[in-house]
Design a protein around this ligand. Structure first.
Ligand code: ASP
Length: 321
């Protein structure tokens, strides 16, 4: 059988590249998700996931994560967890619980501590500096504070045909304490069924939750649509529906993979993502909405990658926002 991985944002690249090599050798889909997402959580320059993530309005880091096994539909999730190095590993552990498999706030943090998951201060000097700058900017220009968020979401297929999906996020920058996004919510931020495929989302959680877009994408793949057709239909139709009914739609993007290792992606903004399959080496792509409810996809250029690297590693004293 074949294998594959797809994930949101450029930040997923190192983890996907490494774990796709393991999948090629017969590695497990679940392990590939946990290890690849941990790599994103641990890297301090990826500013919207794990260590060094984007703080809430009180300059606290509250993290959301989820794990779902597409063989048996086990789901584990945490929301608003604090001081915990790897929320994805806690979500994976919770997925084995018959009861209490989705924990929030202090309950999630207590569970992680009691179960021996590594505890650490998750706010970095860089994250604090970004918080201070954002506060100044909001006060000076009377701007909406909620500009800044990105979730790492990954779908994996292993050679035994098992499919797993995982997400991890600090949610909206400057969010209210206790705010939960779509990323830990089954059906909205993620969904997977090994007999069909999996999908995961990133973008404005408040809007993603209105459409249960990950579930919808898997359901359409289940009706026989290709991953690209399924996700195009779900994203662009819902975007149009929101604009029609509410007058606006937040930014959102979805990636999906079926159980034959074929993938798709759709987005209403410019969006980077990573995919690796048996026939395609791990690659960083850029996507944007195309004509007639389709998606334009290209491989990220060397210039784009260089500019990205410079941007995320800007020296602390030179940070402007
Ligand atoms: N969906 C996440 C949330 O709303 C943020 C993001 O993926 O950009 O919490």
């Amino acid at each position: 059988m074949t294998y594959g991985m797809i994930a949101t944002w450029r930040m997923a690249y190192e983890g996907v590249a490494k774990m796709a090599r393991e999948l090629a050798k017969g590695g497990d889909a679940g392990q590939s998700i946990v290890e690849a997402i941990k790599m994103v959580e641990d890297y301090p320059y990826y500013k919207s996931v794990g260590f060094g993530g984007l703080p809430n309005e009180d300059c606290q880091l509250e993290l959301d994560a989820a794990y779902m096994d597409g063989d048996n539909f086990d789901v584990g999730a945490v929301a608003g967890i604090q001081q915990t190095k790897n929320p994805i590993a806690v979500a994976e552990r919770l997925s084995h619980e018959r009861f209490n498999s989705f924990l929030v706030g202090s309950g999630a943090t207590k569970y992680a501590r009691e179960q021996g998951f590594e505890q650490q201060e998750m706010i970095t000097d860089r994250a604090k500096r970004m918080w201070e700058l954002r506060l100044e900017e909001i006060q000076k220009n009377n701007l909406s504070p909620y500009d800044g968020h990105d979730t790492v979401g990954m779908v994996s297929l292993d050679r035994r045909g098992k499919m797993v999906v995982g997400t991890s996020s600090s949610g909206l920058f400057m969010k209210k304490s206790g705010r939960v996004g779509d990323s830990p919510l089954s059906g909205s931020g993620f969904y997977v069924d090994s007999e069909i495929g999996g999908a995961t989302a990133t973008g404005l959680g408040e809007d993603l939750m209105k459409g249960c877009l990950s579930y919808e994408t898997v359901a359409l793949m289940g009706q026989g649509l290709s991953p690209q057709k399924a996700v195009d239909q779900v994203v662009y139709r819902f975007n149009d529906k929101l604009i029609k009914r509410k007058g606006k739609a937040g930014a959102f993007s979805l990636v999906c993979l079926n159980n034959r290792g074929q993938w798709g992606i759709a987005t209403n903004v410019e969006f980077s993502f990573v995919a690796a399959t048996e026939t395609e080496k791990a690659e960083i792509y850029l996507a944007r909405p195309g004509k007639n409810q389709t998606t334009e996809i290209e491989v990220a250029t060397a210039e784009w990658l260089k500019a990205y690297d410079l941007r995320i590693k800007q020296p602390l004293e030179k940070l402007t926002r």
